[in-house]
Design a protein around this ligand. Structure first.
Ligand code: HSE
Length: 411
């Protein structure tokens, strides 16, 4: 079996490295006749690269070569990755990807195409980098009804928040370091604004709940508004702020999906997930909670998951592996207004009247303190309340300036 890699960036070059370095082990352990890299597609030139004889700029070289049975798509973005993937699947070639944007947007359609042509479309590396999570949901946990999935799905933002929490570093400086280490997306807006986590929670929700959820159906809030003041107040409450992507099944069978900074209490596995690490908690009705933890970004960890999918495609060549994922149904995703939790609030211009108002309207569960607190700065945690009710009640308190509003998780 010959393999092609499209996109020689961080992940693509890692895939090439692992395929070549571990070739004998991969072929031997999996009883494969052969698994040989034949092409690398990229529009850029790499004259000094040891694999320079394999480079092509022409997609036709790959699609028209009958020896190539598996293609790795690590180009990122929707176009032309979508067109290339569709054409390859139509030719019966299997495609493996780490491209969460494409899977989140077109996953259902591409899986159908793969099935119609006895090929496979695999995307273990699209969520959690090197952490096995797609296969466990599809296989090991398939006896469970999944009630909820929640996780730290973006290494860049977790790295930034960890630097703020552990070292009191500013967000901008921490982000610069994450970019230098190659964790961030080309445009870090996708990381910081929660868009990357949104794509990943869509993919997890698709698999866990069986229907395609589009990114525009996920309430998405990034970490831009988080300050060192919030970090300190969260510490006083005994927790840490993490960017959490979650999808939860509601009693009426619909689901609710969101990405937002959330307070996770110390002692939770998610609270101890630091730096570029990701952790994904799956709550099943038979299993209870299971947490999948590991490196969620980076060249070789992500390549590890991609190459495992390549091996799976080689083992199952000409036979489509079943992935339970149905077409989108817009009514399937409900607004997050019905979700209930405690909320952390940081407010200014608070006087005795507004304080009494907070207690009457929301219930003050705990007042928080921090070093160098400003005289008119007030932070507290509410009693449990639904998000819809909370917004309505805060709407009636115009004199108060609310700077932060963050839910407290129960995991
Ligand atoms: N930018 C992503 C992250 C890369 O930081 O998690 C892995 O998807």
């Amino acid at each position: 079996m010959k393999v092609a890699v499209m996109g020689y960036g961080t992940v693509g070059s890692g895939v090439v490295e692992v395929l070549i370095k571990n070739h004998d082990t991969i072929v031997g352990r999996n009883s494969l006749d052969e698994l040989e890299l034949k092409y690398i597609l990229d529009i850029r030139d790499f004259p000094l690269d040891p694999n320079s004889d394999k480079f092509t700029k022409d997609f036709n070289d790959i699609i028209s070569d009958d020896e190539v049975g598996i293609v790795v798509e690590t180009m990122g973005g929707i176009h032309p990755a979508y067109e290339f993937t569709s054409q390859l699947l139509q030719r019966g070639k299997s495609v493996v990807t780490s491209n969460k944007e494409l899977v989140a947007q077109k996953g259902y359609e591409l899986l159908r195409l793969a099935k119609d042509h006895n090929a496979n479309y695999m995307f273990e590396a699209s969520v959690g980098g090197g952490i096995p999570i797609i296969r466990p949901i599809n296989n090991c946990l398939s006896a469970n009804e999944i009630i909820e999935i929640a996780g730290i799905l973006n290494g860049t933002t977790n790295y930034v928040l960890t630097k703020m929490i552990d070292e009191g570093m500013s967000m901008d400086e921490a982000l610069l370091r994450a970019q230098q280490k190659g964790y961030a997306e080309k445009d870090p807006t996708a990381d910081i604004e929660g868009i990357d986590s949104g794509r990943k929670i869509c993919i997890l929700a698709d698999l866990a709940f069986g229907k395609h959820v589009f990114p525009d159906q996920v309430y998405t809030q990034g970490i831009r508004g988080i300050t060192l003041e919030d970090v300190d107040f969260a510490k006083d409450f005994g927790g840490v702020i993490k960017l959490i992507g979650s999808a939860k099944k509601l009693p009426d069978g619909r689901i609710c999906a969101e990405v937002r900074p959330s307070i996770v209490m110390d002692g939770s596995v998610l609270a101890t997930t630091s730096g570029v690490f990701n952790a994904i908690l799956v709550r099943g009705n038979a299993l209870g909670d299971a947490v999948f933890y590991g490196r969620g970004a980076g060249k070789l960890p992500t390549a590890s998951a991609v190459v495992a999918d390549v091996i799976d495609c080689a083992r199952n060549f000409g036979r489509t592996k079943m992935i339970p994922w149905a077409e989108n149904d817009r009514d399937f995703v409900a607004s997050n207004d019905t979700l209930s939790s405690r909320f952390y609030i940081r407010a200014y211009n608070v006087n005795d009247d507004s304080l009494a108002g907070f207690d009457r309207a929301l219930g003050i569960y705990k007042v928080l303190e921090r070093k160098n607190q400003l005289p008119d700065e007030f932070a507290f945690v509410t009693e449990k309340i639904t998000e819809g009710e909370l917004k309505e009640k805060l709407g009636g308190m115009e004199s108060v300036e609310i700077k932060s509003l963050i839910p407290v998780t129960d995991y």
